[in-house]
Design a binder for this molecule. Structure first.
Ligand SMILES: O=C(O)CCC(=O)C(=O)O
Ligand SMILES: [Fe+2]
Length: 313
């Protein structure tokens, strides 16, 4: 599949990117909202670490097509690859983005060898960024656990110990944002997401039946809770459905770090979050690898995938 970033300017939206009317974004030009996601500031990840990797990632997409070609792949076992659109759409509709998928933590020789050596700062800035964000994520998980009156280390083991993945999403300017989407509506399939969206808006969250644009806050991270957090907390900390819209003027780059359970980890509502009389378990217990399969089968649809794991009384 060709990359959008290989084409310098798009004068119009090619037919293959025009979504069927019912899938197009209906609310455009809405004002960014502060209500829908809490920006995390004073997070301890140095600004030059964030900017350093954002610039290296932007530099990767700006390289000539032949430099990106060796990394073009849809093989999920690769530690680094670049591709376009999304594999999750049920009808194979195409979305207005290119993306990198990276196994970014732990920073091992095996991973780093597959990361690109161009731009020159890519590997070192990624190692620095992912180490810092990983530490931040562990702090957030400890705070969430304490806020739930769970042991501070509740999420620290296998629940967050899978190989950390990163999506770097690149949305080029789109000649007509009303015809397409950057990314389809979904909830994240893992435990916790730490997202840097830079200063270009485009992330929308579903709130009370409406899509609200998440206001970019300079230097802040957006933290999304994944499906696993919703299940472990028995629905208390729900995963918010989100999508990305495009814009006509500016490239948008989001750097999204996904904290995963280990594939063989057993997941289910924590006993501390369940009360047989007042709040019985809403979800079955399963192995995380089963969830990943179901998520693909459900084309990332929030309700379809949760339906599969819900206890229906
Ligand atoms: O680009 C964004 O802000 C959203 C990205 C996202 O939701 C994802 O990569 O899972
Ligand atoms: Fe997401």
């Amino acid at each position: 599949m060709e990359l959008l970033s290989d084409c310098p300017v798009h004068a119009s939206v090619p037919d293959k990117y025009v979504l069927p009317p019912e899938k197009r974004p209906s609310l455009l030009n809405d004002e960014p909202s502060s209500d829908v996601a809490i920006p995390v500031v004073n997070h301890g990840v140095a600004e030059d670490v964030v900017q350093g990797f954002r610039e290296a990632a932007a530099g990767f997409f700006a390289m000539p097509a032949e430099d990106k070609l060796p990394y073009r792949s849809d093989d999920l076992s690769k530690h680094f690859r670049v591709s376009s659109s999304t594999p999750y759409d049920r009808n194979g509709d195409r979305y207005w983005l290119d993306y990198l998928k990276i196994n970014c933590h732990p920073v091992t020789d095996e991973h780093v060898r597959e990361w690109p050596d161009k731009p020159g700062s890519f590997r070192s800035s990624l190692a620095e960024y992912s180490t810092a964000v990983h530490e931040l994520a562990q702090t957030l998980l400890r705070l969430i656990a304490e806020g739930l009156s769970l042991d501070g280390g509740f999420f620290a083991g296998d629940l967050s110990g899978g190989s950390t993945q990163m999506n770097v999403n690149y949305y080029p300017p789109c000649p007509d944002p009303s015809l397409t989407l950057g990314l389809l509506p979904h909830c994240d399939r893992h435990l916790l997401t730490v997202l840097s969206q830079g200063d270009v808006a485009g992330l929308q969250a579903r709130h009370g039946g409406r899509w609200l644009l998440v206001r970019p806050v300079p230097g802040a991270f957006v933290v999304n809770l994944g499906h696993q957090m919703e299940i472990i907390t028995n629905g208390l900390l729900a995963s918010v459905e989100h999508r990305a819209v495009t814009n006509t003027d500016a490239v948008r780059l989001s750097v999204v770090t996904l904290i995963m359970p280990k594939m063989e980890c057993r997941i289910g509502p924590a006993p501390e979050m369940v009360n047989e009389a007042t709040g019985p378990a809403k979800f079955k217990e399963f192995e995380f690898s089963e969830f990943i399969k179901a998520y693909s089968a459900a084309a990332a649809s929030r309700e379809d995938v949760l339906h599969y794991f819900r206890i229906h009384r």
